[in-house]
Design a protein around this ligand. Structure first.
Ligand code: CTP
Length: 361
């Protein structure tokens, strides 16, 4: 997303957070956060028609040159319940106070809209140059443990490392996790991290014990390069092929579809023939087949995805009726027989299939 040009001469309007980091890194931003040092609702109505405002958070959406732009008031926050969403303690605080509530120094940079000046209270530019993620204070992960997963996400996205003290704070937190946390936010960060499809992210997640944020049950890295696997077999829910490997996901609220993908994969046992493989995987999501492949037998999953899934029988119920076979559970038996032959000989034509039916039934 491009930086939005706004003509402001107050010297109190700032691009802030990820957008400044991305601009300095020369990469595209996902979103553009803009903050006003003071009351954004009062100040920013001059830029255009107000679409929506939320006085409790001091945020306002304004139509600027036909684009909807969100403006936030500077705000400070406190964490009355560690691990849960923070509560706004002051709207319209100083820019410095707003910056100090943030996760990493590289995300705590501001750029003044009027003249492009970078405001850096926390040495974020230095860390950006050295590719380091550094928390702003020692309680940061205790306040918000999702920052550990955010750290993982940024490390992988930008090829950054954790700064030494930040690494120690992460280790310390992971040795003593407070599971009374907002797992909704954990899920969001897991999705964003693992949808990047990065084997490195998964290795760090497992080797550094970050997975324990989800559940403490010991987990070891499977001997499969999941990133490569997903490049060969693309899926919609990339993150689920990683996170779905964890033995206990009860803390994470899954949608019905996500739950089914995981349960389907876990219900399948040993498969001993092409016919068994086909019957087990037919109709399942590719994510489920891959999860089975990673945890049980990769060869079996690949056999299905590369070859078997493309095989379909041509004979229909209508064809059987034409042959004078009355509808009954026998139909399934016939279809299975055709399938068994066709899995051995995928070149069978419809005529071959019909001949087989005539011969057997
Ligand atoms: N933030 C934080 N702690 C969190 C989430 C967000 O301190 N748990 C702060 C960071 O300063 C971050 C800003 O809020 O830069 C906006 O959050 P978000 O949009 O999630 O992150 P971005 O840094 O904009 O990253 P992305 O490029 O992924 O949007």
């Amino acid at each position: 997303m491009d930086i939005i040009k706004i003509y402001d001469n107050s010297n109190k309007l700032y691009y802030i957070g990820g957008v400044v980091r991305d601009k300095l890194l020369g990469v595209e931003s996902f979103d553009v956060d803009i903050t006003f040092e003071g009351n954004a609702i009062e100040h920013c109505s001059q830029f255009g028609e107000i679409i929506q405002e939320n006085p409790d958070f001091g945020t306002v959406r304004v139509l600027v040159n036909n684009k909807e732009v969100d403006f936030a008031s500077t705000r400070s926050e406190i964490y009355p319940q560690k691990g849960h969403l923070p509560v706004v303690s002051k709207i319209g605080c100083s820019l410095k106070e707003d910056v100090m509530r943030r996760d990493f120094t590289v995300n705590a940079l501001a750029m003044r809209v009027s003249d492009g000046e970078i405001i850096d209270y926390v040495n974020g530019q230095e860390d950006l140059k050295n590719k380091l993620l550094r928390v702003l204070h020692n309680e940061s992960f205790i306040d918000d443990p999702t920052r550990i997963i955010r750290g993982l996400k940024f490390r992988v996205r930008f090829d950054f490392d954790l700064e030494e003290n930040t690494r120690k704070l992460q280790e310390k937190y992971l040795e003593n996790i407070n599971y009374d946390m907002s797992f909704k936010r954990v899920k969001k960060e897991l999705m964003e991290t693992f949808n990047l499809n990065s084997q490195r992210a998964f290795e760090l997640f497992v080797n550094e014990g970050i997975y324990k944020l989800v559940s403490p049950i010991k987990f070891e890295l499977p001997n499969v390069n999941i990133e490569e696997l997903l490049r060969k077999y693309p899926v919609d829910n990339i993150w689920l092929v990683y996170v779905g490997l964890l033995p206990d996901l009860s803390n994470i609220e899954l949608t019905k579809t996500e739950r089914n993908i995981i349960d389907d994969a876990r219900q399948i046992g040993e498969l001993n023939s092409d016919f068994e493989i086909y019957k087990a995987f037919d109709g399942l999501a590719i994510e489920s087949v891959l999860l089975y492949g990673i945890t049980h037998n990769l060869g079996t999953a690949k056999r299905y995805l590369d070859d078997l899934r493309h095989i379909k029988i041509s004979v229909s119920g209508e064809n059987l009726l034409t042959l004078g076979i009355q509808p009954s559970p026998k139909y399934q038996e016939i279809f299975d027989n055709i399938l068994k032959s066709k899995l051995q000989n995928p070149n069978m034509t419809k005529e071959d299939e019909l001949n087989l039916v005539k011969k057997l039934f």
